[in-house]
Design a protein around this ligand. Structure first.
Ligand SMILES: Nc1ncnc2c1ncn2[C@@H]1O[C@H](COP(=O)(O)OP(=O)(O)OP(=O)(O)O)[C@@H](O)[C@H]1O
Length: 287
């Protein structure tokens, strides 16, 4: 049954009146528990969309509804993780996470807050480092603290802006696995920006493809038809992986530009949902 947990209607963003909009008339829905990745070229407006969903930025037109309530400013219902972790350097790992929990539950006792904080710190494998300050941690560990902090407020939605962009491949892999495990356990709804097509195929249920800006669109939605049980180590053995991967790369290399050109002449573009992983590709036009 469809349950449009997040509903985006006719979203546009223009930073200056004499400039074309970064993106225009964007509409999509996200179901509860879905993991969405959005990919597109640099500057097409991915971070701007994420910031509007977070309530950190105002759209020039359109609306965002989460759980049937209009988003109009930041809220603890949405946990955000950026590429840089923004931890408080004078606080320990434990206190950084506890601080977030205290803002969510100001009436909780210190013991209860610390117990909850340790639970999430343990989830990202950092329990033995709980008393360390951020300066004593590696970049990957700091990023994990950021993820623990975002999860600890138990947001209705997690918004991730290239959270692993600055990490080496090995650390990135470990954290991707942790994120998959946590999302499987908690059925967290996630909207994540990535430039890495393999990461998108590993993590996402659906991949939103954004055409180039200005006047960017969400041109297509790729349904990830690979089994949910996929792992980094084995997904390359599935023939679906290469079909999906080739489709995403072809979009980024060729079609994102063509779609931008036709969108500026036609104005409104329909979002198409596609299943390139299946041998018979199904394309559904959405209004
Ligand atoms: N505060 C701002 N004022 C003016 N223009 C802005 C502002 N923020 C973003 N832009 C412009 O809006 C466009 C979209 O930026 P945005 O950061 O959303 O793109 P992006 O797809 O996330 O890029 P990247 O992948 O490089 O992070 C860019 O052309 C950028 O220069």
């Amino acid at each position: 049954m469809e349950n449009n947990f997040l509903r985006v209607e006719g979203l546009s963003k223009r930073y200056a009146v004499d400039k074309p909009p970064v993106f225009e008339n964007i509409s999509f829905t996200i179901q509860r528990g879905e993991f969405i990745c959005i990919i597109g070229h640099s500057g097409c407006g991915k971070s701007t969309i994420l910031n509007v969903l977070a309530g950190l930025e105002e759209a020039s037109a359109g609306h965002v509804f989460m759980d049937n309530r209009e988003v109009s400013g930041p809220s603890l219902d949405r946990g955000v993780v950026f590429q840089t972790h923004a931890l408080m350097p004078w606080l320990s790992v434990l206190s950084n996470v506890a601080f977030a929990i205290k803002s969510r539950h100001p009436d909780w006792s210190r013991a209860r807050i610390e117990e909850r904080a340790l639970h999430f710190i343990d989830m990202v494998g950092l329990k033995v480092h709980a008393m360390k300050k951020p300066s004593e941690l590696s970049g990957g560990m700091k990023q994990r603290v950021g993820i623990a902090r975002a999860f600890s407020i138990e947001p209705k939605m997690l918004l991730l802006d290239e959270p692993f962009g600055a990490l080496d491949a090995l650390t990135r892999g470990v954290i991707q696995d942790e994120l998959l495990k946590i999302c499987a356990e908690t059925h967290q709804t996630v909207f994540m920006i990535t430039h890495d097509v393999d990461e998108a195929i590993l993590l996402a249920d659906k991949i939103f493809l954004m055409s180039n800006g200005p006047n960017a669109q969400i041109a297509e939605i790729v349904v990830n038809t690979m089994p949910k049980s996929r792992t980094r180590a084995d997904m390359h053995h599935d023939p679906q992986f290469y079909r999906i991967r080739n489709y995403l790369v072809d979009f980024l290399v060729h079609r994102s530009k063509q779609i931008q050109a036709s969108a500026s002449s036609e104005k409104t573009q329909d979002t198409i949902t596609v299943t390139p992983g299946l041998e018979t590709v199904v394309a559904i036009k959405c209004a």
